[in-house]
Design a protein around this ligand. Structure first.
Ligand SMILES: *Cc1c(COP(=O)(O)O)cnc(C)c1O
Length: 820
């Protein structure tokens, strides 16, 4: 076997500098003297890309010629983060880069910073996809990521004078983007609309419009694996660049309209997280990338074949459906097999159901996509027929199994009647081989509640794969100081590709010297963040305070409102003298969160946090003891800077609502302690790091259910307000205008909701949350104890590597492995 390496051969810093010079001159046309940091970034990225080329081609060849099944990760979102330092790390060119760039007279950090972060995802789901393709490449497993190259990623968040969120468009392709390679030769036609007619006893789709899906390929270099996979993101183009007839009549705008409509499909990422809107354009996007990807995979694995034997398709590639967004792929593959390749229904079904698997990412019923049958029928009439037929077959199968009528009605994929609709999660569960949740608790609740009927009928389909994060980006790149200390402590850097090796740090938790160094690293990270925040946001932060962080999408179930009410309560107690300000642990509270633009309650919460920040930070009574900062536009870059600097991490969602969380894993792996509920992967984190090294509070899933049964969300919350003076005071201050310059209307919706509805039980958990703070503070007062606990968090969190998640997928779901 030939050894595959990327870079092809080791190079020196001088050689790397020469390659950058060459790019600058012959591709970009700038002299070394003229070159800006941004120019050098583009040149360095292009040079790195060239180093990946041989391994990329070899990986593709080995994938096509060998018999190792590939993975197609279908995801509407890939939240990649900046690429340059990741690529350098994975191919082992970091040092050469730094020296080369210095020799060219630039600061390496400025060159890295010149890259614009692509925001092709909302939050956890998109970041998971990015971690997974990194791990697949690092493990040497042949894989494609398939998605959409949105022209506009997730909006940029700013705050106005009143502290309200303002969204501005994220035109990330404004400057040169050196990573994506557009490949017109691999375009696919994607049809829409029209009708289905009967021709020679066959159903034939006569679409009324079509777009051209053009792939933009991104290389995905594995860490030290020598393998480079592909992230193929589709962009939409028009076929009829100009309708000349119309153009001749000098109706120019009409002539270009089809082009505008076609290019709309990949124009914008929907900014909803957890609560999709049933918009036609979104369904168009879903079908667009899934149809193109399926046809692409057939072309990749059966090159040049007019009549391929597609019964072998499930041995060539398995598609993983990342949530319900790509589920239209199931009827699409059926259609392709039957209509385009002439297979009979049963053969097509056998192929399709072996090809797909489904990852469910939620427990919130409103997050499970349901499409109106009218919409699907108008856009994809042939698919609606196929879905109905799948439903008929499904209903028959259930009846034959003896499933009772009522249960069958509940389980229908296609519901008849006036508001006929298609339930995508049910289609995915029936149409694929496996269904997985993303943490133990979540998978259990899927089986017990959300998909119970399905779990009863098809128990063997259900499995769990607990999420993970890539240690390359979220430990090594984000936290070089701690990484060096770990490598020193373990005597090897092998932990970066085998994160369970962090276990070797356990004995070092009792080594005072090591624990002290660990605490020093944290302090250095905090100082570095203070500099970053000063530069980027103009904040003046005191590094000698506890850094207490809550960063994630803004959603009621995540309960940023619980955190801010606690801050308000502490503030009130300081003001009233109930708390001696000199007796408390000085704290800096950080929030980072975007809200969906149409989510009123979430936006009001953002406004409240900003105004609490304004009031508290400017009050001499709390100066230096309690401050609140809300750096805007939470993204991967902010995560990479803030997480390693955090002492205390907030994972305080209502039990039973967070499917997994991955932020929690990033924090534990960076030596932050967690205050959290028994929800999502918190449960497993706590089990591994030890209950004594985790600040647990709040209701369990069973207690939450009991409160719902007692009608909590219909007026039950008010009792907590009336019975807990701390809570009453905090809510009263929100209501009385303390954080809105006297205006009592600003937070009316929030206050009303807390007192009458409070579906996510912020009020019911408030007391427990306040009570745990004493334990947190007394622990923090003993710095060596805190640092020791932090070391044990790191040492025992190796399980939460996305490499381990991928190994679980390989074993439980995909049944494949690395290329030979
Ligand atoms: C990890 C990550 C998330 C997910 O955070 P959760 O706390 O798991 O919701 C969201 N956004 C960014 C930028 C991230 O890096």
């Amino acid at each position: 076997m030939t050894e595959i390496t990327a870079p092809k051969s080791p190079i020196s810093a001088e050689q790397f500098a020469d390659e950058i010079r060459e790019q600058l001159k012959y591709t970009q046309g700038v002299t070394e003297q003229q070159a800006t940091d941004a120019d050098v970034y583009v040149a360095a990225a292009s040079a790195v890309r060239r180093h990946l080329m041989d391994a990329w081609m070899q990986t593709q060849q080995d994938m096509i010629n060998g018999d190792t099944k590939a993975v197609g990760y279908l995801s509407a979102e890939f939240l990649m983060g900046k690429q340059l330092s990741n690529a350098l790390l994975n191919v082992g060119l970091t040092e050469q880069f730094e020296e080369a760039v210095k020799n060219l007279g630039h600061d390496p950090q400025n060159v890295i910073d010149a890259e614009y972060e692509p925001g092709l995802g909302n939050g956890g789901l998109g970041r998971l996809a990015a971690c997974f393709i990194d791990s697949l490449a690092s493990l040497g497993v042949p894989a494609f990521g398939y998605g959409i190259q949105y022209k506009y990623g997730i909006f940029k968040q700013e705050f106005d004078e009143e502290g309200k969120q303002v969204e501005t468009p994220d035109y990330w392709l404004e400057n040169e983007e050196p990573w994506g390679h557009i490949d017109y030769g691999r375009s696919q036609r994607v049809n829409f609309g029209g009708e289905v007619v009967e021709e020679n006893g066959k159903r034939v789709w006569k679409p009324s419009w079509a777009v051209r899906a053009v792939p933009v390929d991104y290389m995905v270099p594995g860490y030290k694996s020598g393998r480079v996979n592909t992230l193929r993101l589709w962009t939409s183009k028009s076929y009829d660049e100009f309708d000349l007839l119309t153009f001749n009549k000098s109706e120019y705008l009409d002539a270009v309209r089809p082009q505008v409509v076609a290019e709309n499909i990949s124009k914008i990422l929907y900014p909803e997280d957890s609560t999709p809107q049933g918009k036609a354009l979104r369904l168009e996007q879903q079908y667009f990338f899934v149809s193109a990807s399926i046809h692409d995979a057939i072309r990749v694995f059966y090159p040049g074949q007019d009549k391929p034997d597609l019964t072998t398709f499930p041995q060539k590639i398995n598609f993983q459906l990342n949530d319900t967004h790509p589920v239209i792929g199931i009827p699409e593959l059926m259609r392709v097999l039957i209509d385009e390749y002439g297979y009979d229904w049963d053969t097509a079904w056998s192929i399709t159901s072996k090809t797909f698997n489904y990852t469910c990412h939620t427990l919130l019923p409103e997050a499970l996509e349901v499409w109106s049958a009218d919409l699907i029928g108008a856009l994809l009439p042939r698919h609606l027929e196929i879905i109905k037929k799948i439903n008929d077959q499904f209903v028959k199968e259930l009846a034959a199994q003896g499933v009772d009528k009522k249960q069958i009605e509940r389980m229908r994929i296609y519901t008849d009647g006036k508001d006929a609709s298609v339930r995508m999660a049910y289609l995915a569960t029936y149409g694929g081989s496996h269904v997985n949740g993303v943490a133990e608790l979540h998978s259990q609740l899927l089986k017990d509640v959300t998909l119970k009927d399905f779990s009863d009928a098809y128990p063997d389909k259900f499995t769990n794969v607990t999420n993970g994060v890539t240690p390359r980006r979220f430990v090594r790149m984000a936290n070089p100081r701690m990484s060096d200390l770990i490598t020193e402590g373990l005597g090897t850097d092998a932990w970066m590709s085998d994160l369970e090796k962090l276990q070797g740090l356990v004995p070092l938790a009792d080594d005072a010297e090591f624990v002290k160094k660990f605490a020093e690293v944290k302090q250095a990270n905090k100082r570095a963040f203070v500099d970053f925040a000063k530069r980027k946001y103009g904040f003046e932060i005191n590094a000698d305070t506890m850094f207490n962080t809550m960063v994630k999408r803004l959603h009621e179930y995540k309960r940023q409102s619980l955190k801010i009410l606690a801050v308000i309560s502490t503030y009130a107690d300081i003001k009233s003298g109930k708390l001696d300000v000199d007796s408390i642990v000085p704290r800096t509270v950080f929030f980072g969160a975007k809200s969906a633009p149409g989510y009123a309650m979430a936006k009001e919460t953002i406004q409240l946090i900003n105004n609490v920040s304004r009031v508290v930070n400017n009050d001499p009574a709390t100066k230096g003891k309690l401050s609140v900062y809300f750096p805007w536009n939470y993204n991967i870059e902010l995560a990479e800077n803030l997480i390693p600097a955090t002492d205390l991490d907030e994972q305080i969602s209502q039990a039973g609502k967070e499917a997994s969380g991955t932020g929690n894993m990033k924090f534990a792996l960076n030596g932050a302690l967690t205050v959290g509920t028994l929800d999502g992967a918190n449960v497993e984190i706590r089990e591994r790091v030890g209950a004594e090294n985790f600040f647990l509070f709040g209701m369990t899933v069973d207690e939450v259910d009991a409160l719902y049964a007692a009608d909590y969300d219909h007026g039950g919350s008010r009792r907590y307000y009336e019975e807990d003076p701390r809570l009453k005071q905090a809510i009263d201050m929100v209501a009385d205008g303390t954080f809105s310059e006297g205006d009592k209307k600003t937070y009316e919706n929030l206050v009303n909701d807390w007192l009458t509805h409070d579906y996510f039980m912020t009020l019911a958990d408030f007391g427990a949350y306040m009570d745990i703070q004493d334990e947190i503070e007394s622990t923090y007062r003993d710095p060596m104890k805190w640092a020791r606990m932090a070391v044990l968090n790191v040492a025992n969190s190796g399980y939460f590597s996305s490499d381990r998640s991928i190994e679980d997928y390989l074993e439980r779901i995909w049944h494949t492995g690395p290329l030979a």
